[in-house]
Design a protein around this ligand. Structure first.
Ligand SMILES: [Zn+2]
Length: 398
C-alpha cells in the first residue's frame, strides 16, 4: 500500500480540526480533556491548537490547579476572535445579532417595522443601516453575514415571499452585500434558520425535531438526523399551507382551508379581537376568556396540521417559536390534545412539545449560525489569512 498523499493528509487534518472545534464548543477544556473528547492523541491536539492560538481563534485561561496531576490551562474561544452577523427581515420587524463562534451574543438589535408593503430597496437601506450600527457597536472583525427572509430561497434568489412580496425574485443577499461592501451574504428561509439555531452551535432540541415559526405565515424547519430537510426546491416545511378543512377559508396561496387561516397570527388576532400581539398577551395575562378561547382554538388547528406532519416524518420534538413562543401557555393545551388524537400510536411514542428557549432571537441567531457552522466545518476558512478571515481584522469591520 502506498503512503498517504498530501491531499489525504490535508483531509485528515481538516477532519481533526473540525472535531477539535466541536469539542471546544462543548465547553472550555484542557488539551488532555480535548484529547479525551475527540479521541485524538494529546500531541495531535497540541499541533492543532497552536495555529488557532496564534490566530487568536482560541485563548488559554490562566493555570487551573485541580489538585490532581499537572495543573491545566483550559482552552476556549477567544473574545477577540472574528464574529458572525445574523440579520433578519420579518413581516413585522428587522433584527440583527452579532455572535461569537461559541454562540455567545456580542450585540443584538431589533426594530419593529411593518414590512408587508415595503420594496426591496427600502428594506435593504434600513437593514444595512441596522447591520452597520450593530457591527460598529461590537467592534470585532467579521467572519461573514447570514440573512433570514420570510420566503423560499433558491440559489440565492427569493422565489416565493407571499407576506413580503417586495422580496420576490430579488437576489437579496447580493444586494445587501453590495450595500455593506462585503463580498457575500448567505441567505435562507427564516424557519430553516430558526431550526438551525436550535442545532448549532448547541443541540437544544435533539437531532430530530420540527421548529414551528408562528407569525402571519406559519413555517416549519424540519431537522432529521441532525440535518435540515429542505426538499427538492426548498419548499419543504410549508406547514402553513397544510389543509385542515376541505373547502374552508380562502388563503393567500390560492388554496382553501390552509392552517395559516386558522392559526396564523392574523387569524388569531381577528378571532380574539386584539389589535396586535402585545395587546393579546396583555389580555391573556388578565385572564380574558374570549382571548383564551381564540388562542386555544388556534392551538387545536395547529395541532391538527402538526399531527399530519409527524405522521409523515416521525420527529420526536416540536419546538414552537415566533409569536407562538409568547402564546405558548394558552396555545399548547389545544396543540397537545390534537397531537394525542391525530398522531398514530401517540401513547407509545409521545411527542415533546416545547417553547423555543431562544424566543424571538432564534431567526437572526440561526442566520449567524450559517456562518459560524461553516467556519467550524471548513476550518481552513478560519486559519486562512484574508480580509474576511483573520488577516487584517480591523479593516473588515464595516
Ligand atoms: Zn395556503
Amino acid at each position: 500500500m502506498s503512503p498517504p498523499g498530501p491531499v489525504h493528509l490535508r483531509q485528515v487534518r481538516t477532519g481533526n480540526l473540525q472535531a477539535l472545534l466541536r469539542a471546544v464548543l462543548d465547553g472550555p477544556a484542557s488539551r488532555a480533556d480535548l484529547a479525551t473528547r475527540t479521541g485524538l492523541t494529546k500531541a495531535t491536539v497540541t499541533s492543532l491548537v497552536e495555529p488557532l492560538l496564534r490566530q487568536r481563534i482560541l485563548t488559554e485561561d490562566p493555570v487551573v490547579n485541580t489538585g490532581r496531576g499537572r495543573p491545566s490551562r483550559p482552552l476556549r474561544f477567544a473574545e477577540e476572535a472574528p464574529v458572525a452577523v445574523g440579520a433578519e427581515i420579518n413581516v413585522r420587524h428587522l433584527g440583527v445579532t452579532v455572535q461569537r463562534l461559541d454562540g455567545t451574543t456580542v450585540a443584538e438589535r431589533h426594530i419593529d417595522l411593518d414590512n408587508r408593503h415595503r420594496d426591496a430597496d427600502d428594506l435593504i437601506d434600513r437593514l444595512a443601516d441596522l447591520v452597520r450600527t450593530t457591527i460598529t457597536e461590537s467592534g470585532v472583525a467579521l467572519l461573514g453575514i447570514g440573512l433570514a427572509v420570510p420566503g423560499i430561497v433558491r440559489e440565492g434568489t427569493v422565489v416565493h415571499a407571499p407576506n413580503v412580496p417586495g422580496l420576490t425574485d430579488v437576489r437579496i443577499g447580493d444586494r445587501l452585500a453590495a450595500a455593506l461592501g462585503e463580498p457575500a451574504v448567505a441567505v435562507d428561509n427564516e424557519a430553516n434558520l430558526a431550526a438551525l439555531a436550535h442545532l448549532w452551535p448547541h443541540r437544544l432540541a435533539g437531532d430530530d425535531f420540527v421548529y414551528v415559526s408562528g407569525d402571519v405565515g406559519i413555517g416549519a424547519g424540519i431537522v432529521l438526523g441532525g440535518s435540515l430537510f429542505r426538499g427538492r426546491g426548498g419548499f419543504a416545511g410549508e406547514l402553513g399551507h397544510v389543509v385542515i378543512e376541505r373547502g374552508g377559508r380562502h388563503c393567500a396561496c390560492g388554496g382553501q382551508g390552509c392552517v395559516e387561516q386558522y392559526a396564523g397570527l392574523r387569524a388569531i388576532l381577528a378571532a380574539a379581537g386584539a389589535p396586535g400581539l402585545d395587546a393579546l398577551c396583555r389580555a391573556l395575562r388578565r385572564g380574558d376568556t374570549h382571548s383564551r378561547a381564540a388562542v386555544n382554538c388556534a392551538g387545536s388547528a395547529l395541532g391538527t396540521a402538526l399531527a399530519s406532519l409527524i405522521n409523515v416524518c416521525d420527529v420526536a420534538t416540536v419546538v414552537l417559536g415566533g409569536c407562538y413562543a409568547s402564546l405558548f401557555d394558552d396555545l399548547a393545551p389545544g396543540v397537545r390534545a390534537e397531537l394525542g388524537i391525530g398522531v398514530l400510536a401517540a401513547a407509545r411514542r409521545p411527542v415533546t412539545l416545547t417553547v423555543s428557549p431562544l424566543g424571538r432571537a432564534a431567526v437572526a441567531r440561526g442566520a449567524a449560525a450559517l456562518i459560524t457552522r461553516r467556519s467550524c466545518l471548513e476550518p481552513e476558512l478560519l486559519l486562512a489569512p484574508g480580509p474576511s478571515a483573520t488577516g487584517d481584522r480591523r479593516s473588515t469591520t464595516v
